[in-house]
Design a protein around this ligand. Structure first.
Ligand SMILES: Cc1cc2nc3c(=O)[nH]c(=O)nc-3n(C[C@H](O)[C@H](O)[C@H](O)COP(=O)(O)O)c2cc1C
Length: 326
């Protein structure tokens, strides 16, 4: 079965790849993920504020998750490799690039502008095949939507102009005019959009009056928001689209591709079941397409995208009204 797809200008044998996480910061793990057949490798992020107190506390939380998710204990790499400073991060790119033959997508994660283009250049020089920008902005209460969106576009533009390799932007769903933002990112020359960054939401322990963090692994419930937005945006944009968030099995992969995704990233499923699960999903995808008499993945790709509708906003509004009325 021809599962080929094109993402960020790369002709890939299929759309499945591990998303950014500590799993891909570890060389042995990366080899196992490549052996499982990953089409590309997304590296963990180099964080802008890598040594800030806030960031270290997030990492400590992730370390405790690694220890608490029983199935993950055997393949969740030590997070020391995750807490890399810029130099070690570049060295890691060189090593991983030399070890695997698939595209290696490095990740820059930050909220403010200075330093991004310079780090992007260094990442390119270290051999990364592409860069994913995780623009995780936490808006101040007096920020306007326009100001926040301008900041994202500026960061994307600066990085795009600094390097020649493909650039993708990984967004959160928390924008009031996502369509316009993606259009502006596309105009800046960005090659791809990753939907979405997960917004980790602390819970409240009502007995102890404490904020508590829930584990970072996702469930399939998170997928539908991604599927909805990919189906709205993909057919109308020159960017390629990756779904990230909630992909647990082959059904989720199929939904993402039908909505118009060119790549499907998964982290939680690989952390739960191990890197070899990527091969299971790929085999299941082949089987499903054969059973449903598709000739190729491309034949299915975008078959449910909303650009086929003359007025997607009206369609979504009508669906919403009929749902709440019905
Ligand atoms: C432990 C852990 C670490 C992560 N680290 C990063 C990171 O460094 N950079 C990034 O862009 N996303 C990071 N993510 C987010 C994932 O790339 C992905 O977007 C998210 O987990 C949703 O995908 P999933 O539902 O397949 O897990 C991380 C997720 C987890 C669970």
């Amino acid at each position: 079965m021809d599962l080929s797809t094109r993402y960020l200008g790369f002709d890939l044998p299929h759309p499945l790849m591990p998303g950014a996480s500590p799993m891909t910061g570890d060389l042995d793990m990366v080899r196992r993920i490549e052996d499982a057949g990953a089409a590309a490798i997304c590296l963990p992020s180099l964080f802008e504020e890598k040594l800030s107190k806030e960031h270290l506390s997030i990492l400590e939380h992730e370390e405790s998750v690694a220890n608490s998710v029983a199935e993950a204990s055997t393949f969740f790499p030590s997070l020391t490799s995750y807490k890399l400073g810029p130099e070690s991060y570049l060295e890691r790119i060189r090593k991983i690039r030399a070890a695997v033959s698939v595209p290696v997508i490095a990740s820059l994660n930050g909220a403010t502008r200075p330093g991004w283009p310079e780090h992007a250049k260094l990442i390119q020089e270290a051999g990364a095949s592409a860069i994913e920008l995780n623009v995780f902005l936490v808006a101040r209460l007096d920020d306007t939507a326009a100001k926040v969106e301008d900041r994202v576009v500026k960061i994307a533009t600066d990085v795009r102009n600094a390097v020649t390799i493909p650039v993708a932007v990984k967004l959160t769903p928390c924008f009031s005019a996502l369509g316009d933002l993606v259009r502006r990112i596309e105009e800046a020359g960005v090659n791809g959009v990753v939907l979405f960054n997960r917004v980790y939401q602390p819970d409240i322990d009502i007995e102890n009056l404490e904020m508590v963090r829930r584990g970072p692994l996702s469930s399939a419930a998170e997928l539908l928001l991604r599927v909805r937005w990919v189906s709205i945006l993909s057919g109308r944009s020159k960017c390629s689209f990756a779904v990230s968030g909630g992909v647990q099995d082959v059904t989720d992969v199929i939904k993402s591709v039908m909505a118009g995704a060119h790549a499907v990233q998964t982290v939680s499923a690989l952390m739960r079941h191990g890197p070899e699960y990527l091969k299971t999903m790929k085999d299941d995808l082949t089987r499903w397409l054969e059973e449903h008499e598709y000739d190729s993945l491309k034949q299915m790709q975008g078959s449910m995208d909303l650009s086929r509708s003359p007025n997607p906003s009206a369609l979504l509004r009508a669906s919403y009204v009929s749902l709440v009325e019905g």
